[in-house]
Design a protein. Structure first.
Length: 303
């Protein structure tokens, strides 16, 4: 079986054809996909029909280790999907009913995911690949946008590169969703406590540098908060300029996989109180903190 990768953007992202990801894939095919991920960072697989839960899990696990289950914000009516390895990226409650305007899951998933972010950057061990499969899509809007954080680093001025390269940030869902007015329970405040991440990291396979930005990033260790937030905003504006962004228009059956070590992404708005949108995500872990423990403990707090 011969894989073909057709670029979808001048900088990154490609469509992969020549493989049925609903069937078991060989180690040779998995290696070719991993090599393409190192090059393109975002791969699109179009197959016309959604993967089943077991197919999606099998495909994802052929490329690495799944993230451990973690606390999620569920609909007030309860959990819709029956497998904790799937993240329910939808506007639906159990029974596939559209979430009401004030449901916490809607606020978190539909509204909150419109912020630029990197999956699981709020965890000590962040995500590697995310694989998102489309089961139901609205008739218009609801796209997903991706920003190439390697190109963002490459096009940064030497002065800003020198300023950013050794900085450590703190990421938390409390901060990202809090900017939208979201409130948390006492247990959620504990579960979503900030973690430290490098502002610049080196990809373990490709060796390329990238900015590690996200709406979850709240502080730069050792910096006053206003100065840190303004610098992070400046970098985010640079990283998300249109020349560095690929917008994916969903079709039912699409699976889009991206490398969280090289990209940020966000969902776009749609008429979520009118139309269902059902996407389901599996996520691989990097397996190790992006900031080594020695650096995490050595980072200086403000005097």
């Amino acid at each position: 079986m011969s894989l073909t990768f057709t670029p979808l953007h001048p900088v990154f992202a490609a469509e992969c054809s020549g493989v049925d990801i609903g069937e078991p894939i060989s180690r040779e095919i998995a290696t070719a996909i991993e090599d393409a991920m190192d090059r393109y960072a975002v791969l699109v697989f179009r197959r016309g029909a959604p993967l089943t839960t077991q197919q999606q899990l099998a495909f994802t696990e052929s490329l690495g280790e799944l993230e451990a289950p973690y606390r999620k914000i569920n609909a007030e009516a309860g959990v819709r999907l029956d497998n904790p390895a799937l993240s329910d990226i939808s506007n639906l409650a159990p029974g596939d009913k559209i979430l009401p305007r004030d449901d916490r899951k809607r606020m978190f998933n539909v509204i909150g995911n419109q912020l630029w972010h990197s999956d699981s950057s709020y965890k000590a061990i962040p995500a590697r690949y995310s694989a998102l499969c489309a089961h139901v899509v609205p008739p218009e809007d609801g796209e997903t946008e991706f920003a190439d954080m390697r190109a963002a680093w490459d096009t940064l001025s030497p002065k800003l590169k020198a300023k950013a390269k050794d900085l450590v940030t703190e990421h938390s869902r409390i901060f990202s969703k809090g900017t939208l007015g979201f409130t948390f329970t006492e247990q959620e405040l504990k579960d979503f406590a900030p973690v430290r991440q490098p502002l610049v990291r080196t990809h373990p396979s490709s060796g390329r540098h990238s900015l590690f930005l996200s709406s979850h990033a709240e502080r730069i260790v050792g910096w006053p908060v206003p100065e840190a937030l303004m610098f992070l905003r400046e970098l985010t504006e640079h990283a998300t300029q249109r020349e560095l962004v690929y917008r994916h228009n969903w079709r039912v059956g699409d699976l889009v996989m991206w490398d969280n070590q090289s990209t940020m992404h966000r969902g776009r708005s749609y008429e979520d109180l009118k139309y269902p949108r059902d996407l389901r995500r599996t996520t691989l872990t990097t397996g190790a903190p992006a900031v080594p423990m020695s650096e995490r403990s050595a980072a200086k707090e403000p005097a």
